[in-house]
Write a protein that binds this ligand. Structure first.
Ligand code: SME
Length: 154
């Protein structure tokens, strides 16, 4: 699937009548299954009022790291920096939390609702330096779409 087709599939998941959590699961599964170099795809969100992230839906090998304090690992750093973080080679990265031994590179893209960093999509690849500008652009699209369905209606 190319990015255009992936975006159409993401939009139809977002616009479906499914429950929010089921949409997140479908997005994880779609991305993991349809993009060769995406080997683990998951969403982490701020855990209530705590300065930590909590794992939500994911596709791939289960991880022990279901709670990540702000500042720790790539995910925790993105929670604080509000910026996309690409790790080309995890072996050369400080402050990295290893989830499984096969992972070689990673991208984490924050999700903003009304300017607030509410969470992120995290993708691991078993390939070195796997992530491209096109991936980043696709994941920005995913995060914008997920943000839309997070916005409280008042
Ligand atoms: N590697 C991440 C932890 C999450 S796992 O990749 C699923 C990190 O350093 O924050």
């Amino acid at each position: 699937m190319n990015n255009q087709e992936l975006k159409l599939s993401i939009s139809s998941i977002i616009n479906s009548s499914d429950l929010y959590e089921s949409k997140l699961q479908d997005i994880c599964t779609l991305l993991k299954d349809k993009v060769d170099h995406f080997d683990w795809v998951g969403f982490y969100f701020k855990n209530g009022d705590l300065n930590e992230l909590k794992l939500s839906k994911f596709a791939g090998i289960p991880t022990a790291h279901t709670i990540i304090p702000f500042g720790k690992g790539i995910c925790g750093q993105v929670a604080v920096s509000n910026k996309t973080f690409i790790v080309k080679d995890i072996e050369k990265q400080d402050n990295y939390i290893a989830c499984n031994i096969n992972v070689k590179s990673e991208i984490v893209v924050p999700i903003f609702v009304n300017g607030e960093n509410i969470g992120q999509i995290d993708i691991d690849s078993n390939k070195l330096d796997a992530f491209t500008k096109e991936d980043e652009e696709l994941l920005n699209f995913v995060c914008t779409k997920v943000a839309e369905i997070n916005t409280p209606i008042d």
